[in-house]
Every structure is written in C-alpha cells, then in structure tokens.
Design a binder for this molecule. Structure first.
Ligand code: AMP
Ligand code: ZN
Ligand code: ZN
Length: 410
C-alpha cells in the first residue's frame, strides 16, 4: 500500500469512533461508489480551448461536461468553494466574501487569517462532508475551504490545515491511499485542490504562458491520478467531479476607480476593496456617501444593501455591508494611497457572476456518469445535490436541485 510521505503524518483522523449526536438515522443505505471532488482554482471556462490540456480533454470525453459552471456572487474563492460544498447561495452560507466583517461578532474574517478560517461560527449551512459523516460515510475534504473548522461541532474524519506548498503529487497520493483503505474508516468522499492556475492568472493574466505552465502541471497530475486509479483497480467505484470556482479577467492600471476622489474615506470603513467594495459608512453618513457615489457612477454600479439584485443570492446576510460598489469587468477599485504599493496588472475575479470571464468549468467521469455527454450551463449550487445523489445520502436543506444535472447520470 502506497502512503504519501507528505500528507499522511499531518492528517488528523478523528472520526472512526466519534458518535454524532443529533445525527438522523440514515434513511438510505450509502452507495458503494465513492466521490472525488477536484477543484482547479481559477480555471476559466475557455482555458481548454486556449491551452493544451490533454488529460482533462480525455477525462471530458470519457464522461460528461457542462458548457460552463456559473459561480455564485461574489466570484471569489472561499464563497464559491463553500457554496459548491453546501448547495447554498452566499446569503445562506454567510461566506459573503474572502474578507468580511460581522457586526454581531464584531469580528473580521479573511482567508489569510488562520484563526478565522478555522472558526466554525463563520460557516453556515451543511457542507457535503458533514452530510456524509452524519450518514456514516467518512469524508476527506483535503484543503477544501471550510474543512479546517468544526462546522456543526464536527470535523471530517480526515482533514489537514491548508498547506499551499504541499506538492501536488503528495495530494494525489493521499487520495490513492484513502481509496485503498478498507472497512468502516475508508473515506467515501474526498477532495483535491490546486491553486496554481489561479495564482498565475492573478500574476500574469489569463492570456499568458505562465497560465499554460500551471495548467500543464495540474493536467499532468490529473494524468497521474488516473494512472494510479487504474493501477489500484478503483476506477469503477469512483465518480470524479472536476470544477473551478470562477474564471479570471485581465486588469490594468488604466482601468481604476479611485475611491478617494469620489468620497472622503474618513466617512467610511472599507472591509473589502476589489472588485466588489464593501463599504461601511460611519453612523449618519450612509445617505450622504451613497449619494456621492451614485452621482459619480462610472465604470461601476453602487447599491444600497437592500437594493442589490436578488439574483446574486447575496444581500440577505448581516455580513453584507450597507453600501456595495461593484466594479465593471476589468476595473479595479482602489485609492491613491493603495496605488503606491499595489501593482495593478495581470488578472482578477470577483465580478458579477453573469460575466462570461467569471465562468468556471464542470466535468465528471465515473461509474454513474454518462460518457460523451455535453450539457448546457450549470449553476454551482446544484453540485451538492449531485454529490448527495452519487453517495446515495439524504441531502440537507439547500438552494440547489438535481434537475439541470440529471442528463449526465446513467
Ligand atoms: P482568491 O483571493 O479568491 O484568489 O483566493 C485564492 C487563494 O486562496 C489561493 O492562492 C490559495 O492559496 C488560497 N487558499 C485556498 N484554500 C485556502 C485555505 N483553505 N486556507 C487559506 N488559503 C487558501
Ligand atoms: Zn479561486
Ligand atoms: Zn484568485
């Protein structure tokens, strides 16, 4: 049995004997098939046409693929990964951005803040790994946003603190190790996460040789995963879903919105800057600040919280600020002071989830998935229902439905 040298020692096996209080008796018998959910962060829907990705292409041909995956708003990493995991819009997960303020907790969240990321009170809803664990399927959400916190009072059986430097091969080896486990402690739900395509997309832009390099690395590791699966003979019991959380769009210092030219920044606190600015006016300043921003509305749209479009599934949460300013595609919200230290080039995401550049990917392959099947666009909140179906477990309350995905099922 091959055990990853890197990952296994730091995995924290908790489950096996933990009994979940409040757990409903499973109404279904869990599937003998397993699910592996793979995220390639920032993989824009058209990258496969732009770049060479032979293993992904073969994977798609042997399974099903959506025209593109529609992210939730805002099109940022943590909100989207956690909406995929829960089937909920951001107003129902509470993860309304990578950076946010909660007026009830009087506390700030940031994906770079290890303590906040591991604090369960930020995560609402029930992620798929918890749904699985409650129905006696051990889960291994390796590096999935939210997996480091004891959501609902429980950790998944196998999880690990996020380590960006953990080599991709070691991540794949962990999955191969889990698939070779037998008995009650063997995970039925696993994840893999790769960040490099997003990182290089930010640094060099979506149209760059560097993105090609990152894609090649991820694609080769998909090839390695498939090879290993064949070697251990588990390809017939594993349904693999490949997703991305959002796309990527080129930015430029020619396209900036200088907030300090529009309002006095002393009248507000800005808890998130770009491309969606979360603006908290000081007491009594809301109408005044909003009026100033509305009067200068150019290259952005500004909203009072209550007037944000319902289609975002975003406004009904206390963590959404009183004023929200959304940059037009390709624009960056900043200030003169911030510009001194910020290099505005390369790419970003976070824009309106209807923007074509923000679209991600979805493809799937495995014993329950049809071969050579192409379907239209799919919203990422529906994947929770799909994963519950594949694991044959009862889903928790969520905003999604299996309808747009039934066509890919055998
Ligand atoms: P974004 O700012 O939306 O582009 O976020 C992408 C970044 O999130 C990547 O560079 C990842 O390294 C980072 N990231 C992904 N998962 C985690 C995690 N679980 N904890 C902390 N950072 C993460
Ligand atoms: Zn991302
Ligand atoms: Zn990113």
């Amino acid at each position: 049995m091959k055990i990853s040298r890197f990952v296994i020692p730091i995995l924290i096996p908790l489950v096996s004997l933990v009994f979940f209080s409040g757990c409903q008796p499973a109404e279904k018998s869990p599937s003998t098939e397993k699910v592996l959910l793979i995220s390639i962060d920032g993989f824009r829907h058209d990258y496969r046409q732009m770049y060479h990705t032979p293993n992904l292409d073969q994977f798609a041909d042997e399974g099903s693929q959506a025209e593109f995956l529609i992210p939730v708003f805002p099109t940022k990493t943590f909100p989207n990964h956690y909406s995929i995991a829960t089937g909920l819009y951001t107003e129902n997960t509470g993860l309304v951005s990578n950076n946010m303020y909660d007026p009830e907790f009087d506390a700030y969240y940031s994906l770079a803040d290890r303590e906040a990321v591991q604090d369960a009170r930020w995560y609402e809803g029930e992620p798929i790994w918890l749904t699985a664990e409650k129905q006696e399927i051990p889960a291994a959400p390796l590096f999935w946003p939210g997996s480091e916190a004891p959501i609902g009072g429980k950790y998944a059986s196998y999880w690990s603190p996020y380590d960006e430097d953990l080599p991709y091969k070691a991540r794949v080896d962990s999955v191969i190790h889990w698939l070779q486990m037998e008995g009650e402690t063997a995970p039925g739900f696993m994840t893999l996460y790769f960040s490099k395509v997003d990182t290089y997309g930010h640094w060099y832009g979506p149209d760059s040789d560097s993105v090609a390099v990152a894609l090649k690395e991820v694609d080769e590791h998909l090839g390695y995963l498939i090879e290993e699966l064949n070697r251990i003979g588990k390809q017939d019991i594993l349904n693999i879903l490949i997703v991305s959380d959002h796309g990527m769009m080129e930015v430029s210092e020619e396209r900036v919105i200088l907030l300090d030219e529009l309002i006095d920044l002393r009248d507000v606190e800005i808890t998130d800057w770009a491309p969606v600015a979360a603006i908290r006016p000081k007491p009594g300043e809301k109408e005044y600040v909003f009026g100033k921003l509305k009067a200068s509305e150019k290259n952005y749209t500004v909203y009072l919280k209550d007037d944000l479009p319902d289609r975002y599934g975003y406004k009904n949460h206390r963590r959404v600020s009183d004023i929200v300013l959304i940059a037009d595609p390709g624009y960056t919200i900043t200030s003169h002071k911030r510009l001194i230290s910020a290099d505005i080039s390369g790419g970003t995401h976070g824009y309106d989830n209807r923007e074509p550049e923000m679209r991600g990917i979805f493809m799937a392959r495995g014993p329950s998935i049809k071969r050579d099947q192409k379907i239209g666009p799919v919203q990422n909140i529906h994947l929770y229902e799909l994963m519950s179906h594949l694991l044959n477990i009862e889903p928790a309350f969520n905003d999604g439905s299996l309808d747009s995905l039934r066509q890919i099922l055998k």
